[in-house]
Ligand binder design. Structure first.
Ligand code: FES
Ligand SMILES: [Fe+2]
Length: 384
C-alpha cells in the first residue's frame, strides 16, 4: 500500500514484532480518516464478517442483513435449502432490496417491484416486454461468499478468500470443548451500543484483563483470575478462566450447567469476539462495527438453548448490559479522547511470560495483525 501515513513518522517510536520490546500503534491509527479508509479496503472488504446466526435463516425465505462499512449485504435461505448471500441492491436502479431480518415469499424491490427468488434470479420485471434485448438473466443479484461456523453466519466480499474454518485453525475445536451443545443454541436477542470510539479501541480493551481489577469489580468476583490465561494463535486469540469463582457472584447467581468453566472469550479477526459465561449453556458474539474513524456500533447477539432465555441467562445478559458494557464503554470513550491529545502518541505493552490476566500480549497480537494487513512499516530495524 505504501502510504506515508502508515510508516514511521517523526515523533513515532517503533512498533516491533516482540511485544516486550515494542511501543503500541501510533495514535493516528485510531482517528485518522485516511487510515480508516485504508482499513476498509485492506481489512473489511477482504475478511470474513459476522452477519448473524444460522437459526435466523433456518427456513426457506428467511433472510438477515449486514452492513460492512458502506456495503449492504443480505443472507437468505433458498427454496432448495441452500444458504446464499448477495449485495443488497436492486440491479434495476439501485434501491435497497430488504432491511432487518424476516421471512418473505419472494424478494420484491420496494421501488418498481422487480421480484427476485432467493437464489438471486430475477423472476419478474414489470413492463419490460418491449425493452430491446432485455434479458432477465443479465440482472441476477450479485453473489457474496457465505459460510456457517459453529452456528455463526459469516460473509466475505473477497471472492478469493480462504474458507473461514481453514483460516482459524483450532478455533472450532476450542469452542466445542467449552460449549459442547453449541449446535443446539439459537438466536435469542441483539443488544446495540453506539460508542464514540474507533473500533480498535474496543478490540484492544477486550483483549486484556489488566484493567479487570481496577475497572470490573463484579467480573473479578465472578471469574477465577488465578486461572485466567490468554493465548494468541494466528487470526484469533482466547482468554479463558478454568472455573467460576463462586456460584453466588455479585454479577449473577447460577448453578453449574452445561457451561461449568469460569469464562471463555475469543477474539476473531478482524472485528468480533465470542463469549461464553458460566451457568447454563450460552454463547454470544460482540461485534465492533466501524461507522466512522471515531465511531463504532457494537452488536451483541445472544445464543441460548432453543432460543429461550431462562431467568439465569437473563441475569447474565442483564449483568452484561447494565454493568460490564457500561464499564468498558466508558473506558474506551476516555481512551479515544486521549488518543487525540497532543500529550499522547504511544504507550508500551505490559506483558508477562506466564501470559496471565495481567498481560497485554494479545493486544499486541491484534495490533500486529492490523499493521501487517495495512502493510505498515513501523519498525526501522526490521527487513522491510
Ligand atoms: S430499483 Fe428496484 S425495481 Fe427499480
Ligand atoms: Fe473490560
Amino acid at each position: 500500500m505504501n502510504q506515508p501515513i502508515l510508516n514511521l513518522m517523526p515523533g513515532d517510536a517503533p512498533f516491533r514484532a516482540d511485544p516486550s520490546d515494542s511501543y503500541t500503534l501510533p495514535a493516528r491509527f485510531y482517528h485518522d480518516p485516511e487510515i480508516w479508509a485504508l482499513e476498509r479496503d485492506a481489512i473489511f472488504y477482504k475478511s470474513w464478517y459476522y452477519a448473524g446466526h444460522v437459526s435466523q435463516v433456518a427456513e426457506s425465505g428467511c433472510f438477515l442483513t449486514v452492513r460492512i462499512h458502506d456495503q449492504n449485504i443480505f443472507v437468505a435461505r433458498t427454496r432448495q435449502g441452500d444458504l446464499k448471500a448477495f449485495y443488497n441492491v436492486c440491479p434495476h436502479r439501485g434501491h435497497e432490496l430488504v432491511s432487518g431480518t424476516g421471512k418473505k415469499n419472494i424478494i420484491t424491490c420496494p421501488y418498481h417491484a422487480w421480484a427476485f427468488d432467493f437464489d438471486g434470479a430475477l423472476k419478474s420485471a414489470r413492463n419490460t416486454e418491449s425493452v430491446k434485448g432485455f434479458d432477465k438473466s443479465e440482472f441476477s443479484l450479485k453473489e457474496v461468499r457465505v459460510e456457517v461456523f459453529c452456528g455463526l453466519v459469516l460473509v466475505n466480499l473477497d471472492p478469493g478468500a480462504k474458507p473461514f474454518a481453514e483460516q482459524m485453525g483450532d478455533l472450532e475445536r476450542e469452542i466445542r470443548e467449552y460449549v459442547p451443545t453449541v449446535d443446539e443454541l439459537q438466536f435469542a436477542q441483539r443488544d446495540t451500543y453506539d460508542v464514540e470510539a474507533n473500533w480498535k479501541v474496543l478490540i484492544d480493551n477486550f483483549l486484556e484483563c489488566y484493567h479487570c481489577h481496577p475497572a470490573h469489580k463484579d467480573f473479578v468476583d465472578l471469574v477465577d483470575m488465578e486461572s485466567y490465561r490468554t493465548k494468541t494463535c494466528g487470526l484469533y486469540s482466547s482468554q479463558c478462566a478454568g472455573k467460576p469463582r463462586t456460584l453466588n457472584a455479585r454479577a449473577y447467581s447460577f448453578t453449574p450447567g452445561d457451561v461449568d468453566f469460569g469464562y471463555a472469550g475469543w477474539y476473531v479477526w478482524p472485528n468480533f469476539t465470542i463469549w461464553a459465561y458460566p451457568g447454563e449453556a450460552n454463547l454470544s458474539v460482540l461485534q465492533m462495527n466501524p461507522t466512522g474513524p471515531e465511531r463504532c456500533v457494537e452488536y451483541q447477539d445472544w445464543f441460548v438453548k432453543d432460543g429461550k432465555v431462562t431467568q439465569q441467562l437473563q441475569d447474565a445478559i442483564n449483568y452484561q448490559i447494565d454493568v460490564l458494557q457500561p464499564e468498558d464503554i466508558s473506558l474506551c470513550v476516555s481512551v479515544q479522547k486521549g488518543l487525540k491529545s497532543s500529550g499522547y502518541n504511544q504507550g508500551r505493552f505490559v506483558v508477562d511470560a506466564g501470559k496471565t490476566e495481567l498481560s497485554e500480549h494479545a493486544v499486541h497480537h491484534f495490533q500486529k495483525l492490523v499493521a501487517d494487513a495495512l502493510g505498515a512499516k513501523l519498525d526501522p530495524e526490521a527487513a522491510q
